[in-house]
Design a protein around this ligand. Structure first.
Ligand code: ADP
Ligand code: MG
Length: 304
């Protein structure tokens, strides 16, 4: 039997009085392209740091390719490459030195040089090989961190918000690279707050909110299981409407209003009745499925 790429069981983490993770459980199978989404502070980076063995969970278990991150730290660490959210690096080393040091950390010597050169080539860093990290642009530094995460050819690759604050060109290059890794057989876990990107890249998605898994599903199911659809009313609903209608409003544009409409039949009838009381008839309302972003907002309550 093959072990899951990542197996998390009831993971909790407390930092003093901050309860960053409150019992997170999920599995990522080998070969998946998995999205971990959630608002700032949801606990995504903490979870990733636990997978990497950098942070110790307060309770619960995490295994990478079947290896427990605490009891079998070295084995589990050899199976995972993490591209961190923050640009952390030692400015005194060159790109090449940094990759060599990281290689050595995994017990790899000169036999790995060919792969390091290939990584530099793939990430378009060959020209920067002997530059000090300190002299590189932010985008280049991010590429180096990706190379660093991959020196030991880990089967599981975790990208923590790789595109936050990078320009469009680099973002596109990063996506292409992530796809390439996936095609080559790597399991990918990606965190991002660019919802459209998660929607287009990932097969399954977990939404983390305040340290808990708020939803975990195939992205299509995530959309269809959501308890709301979106109604588009071709007029702007003003402010003098009852509260139960105004709280359902998602957004207004110049000529229309987007509103959350319950999916469930009885609740939907009730809601349509409330709308008709303020002069919006059923034929003025176009119903559509929510986008992933809208699902995300209803689940994490960022729009409330
Ligand atoms: P995300 O990556 O989803 O934005 P984080 O995992 O960075 O979330 O943070 C989750 C929560 O844990 C936040 O409230 C954050 O302030 C807190 N936290 C994270 N790391 C530490 C730390 N080293 N010490 C104290 N609190 C922390
Ligand atoms: Mg984070």
């Amino acid at each position: 039997m093959t072990s899951p790429a990542l197996d998390l069981v009831q993971v909790e983490k407390q930092f003093g009085t901050t309860h960053a993770l409150r019992g997170v459980s999920f599995r990522v199978e080998q070969g998946e392209f998995f999205g971990l989404l959630g608002p700032n502070g949801a606990g995504k980076s903490t979870l990733i740091n636990i997978m990497a063995g950098l942070v110790r969970a307060t309770s619960g278990q995490v295994a990478v390719m079947g290896y427990d991150v605490v009891r079998q730290y070295r084995d589990s660490r050899s199976q995972i490459g993490i591209v961190p959210q923050e640009l952390v690096y030692d400015p005194f080393f060159t790109v090449w030195e940094m990759l060599k040091i990281q290689s050595g950390y995994f017990g790899l010597g000169r036999e790995n040089d060919e792969w390091l050169d290939e990584l530099l080539e793939i990430l378009k860093l060959t020209e920067k090989r002997d530059e000090n990290l300190h002299n590189l642009s932010g985008g280049m530094k991010r590429r180096v961190l990706i190379a660093q995460a991959l020196v030991h050819r880990p089967p599981v690759v975790v990208l923590d918000e790789p595109t936050a604050g990078v320009d469009v060109e680099l973002r596109r290059a990063l996506w292409e690279f992530a796809h390439r890794l996936h095609r080559d057989g790597h399991t990918i876990l990606l965190t991002t707050h660019y919802l459209e990107e998660a929607e287009s890249m990932c097969d399954r998605i977990a939404i983390l909110d305040r340290g808990k898994v708020a939803a975990l599903s195939d992205k299509q199911e995530l959309i269809f299981q959501n308890s709301y659809r979106v109604g588009v009313v071709e007029r702007v609903l003003g402010s003098n409407i009852p509260q139960h209608v105004s709280t359902a409003i998602i957004s207004r544009s110049r000529s229309s209003t987007q509103i959350r409409v319950p999916r469930e039949q009885r609740l939907q009838q009730q809601f349509l009745q409330q709308l008709s009381e303020i002069g919006v008839t059923e034929d003025q309302l176009q119903l559509r499925e929510p986008t992933l972003e809208e699902v995300f907002l209803t689940l994490t309550g960022e729009d409330r």
